[in-house]
Design a protein around this ligand. Structure first.
Ligand code: ZN
Length: 137
């Protein structure tokens, strides 16, 4: 059985390596679908939606209305510091693919009930583009 919860946030970024428009500072209304697969427990639940929210919402809140900055992009870091604007520095280019891995790793760090055997994260950068990564255990 699989359960899923959707999360949304606004975030700015740029892809410094990009040959097209994505090299510019811009933002997206991100959407993420977090899915948990596993056996249903004695109460008829895979995982309480409340617990899903408690695990994922703080991760989303940390990024909401801020910039995600690759650690090598020192110019952007300096500018955001100067403007005293919310930003998070990460060790990866801020692509949807890497964001997927980022969230998946953070979620997997948490102690989950033994019935869960798969976590899947889909990050939508726009309404019609997404990246998906899953972890099976
Ligand atoms: Zn973008």
């Amino acid at each position: 059985m699989k359960i899923a919860k959707e999360f949304r946030w606004e975030m700015g970024h740029r892809l410094k390596f990009h040959k097209g428009k994505c090299i510019n500072l811009h933002g997206h209304s991100y959407k993420m679908m977090v899915e948990f697969t596993g056996d249903v427990d004695e109460n008829g639940m895979v995982l309480d939606y409340y617990d899903v929210k408690e695990i994922v919402a703080p991760l989303v809140e940390e990024l909401d209305h801020g910039f995600l900055v690759y650690e090598n992009d020192t110019e952007l870091q300096e500018m955001l510091k100067k403007l005293n604007s919310k930003h998070t520095v990460v060790k990866f280019e801020s692509t949807a693919e890497n964001l997927c891995k980022y969230f998946l790793e953070k979620i997997a760090e948490r102690e989950l009930p033994g019935n869960i055997n798969k976590i899947s994260v889909k990050v939508f950068e726009t309404e019609n583009t997404y990246a998906e990564e899953e972890l099976i255990f």
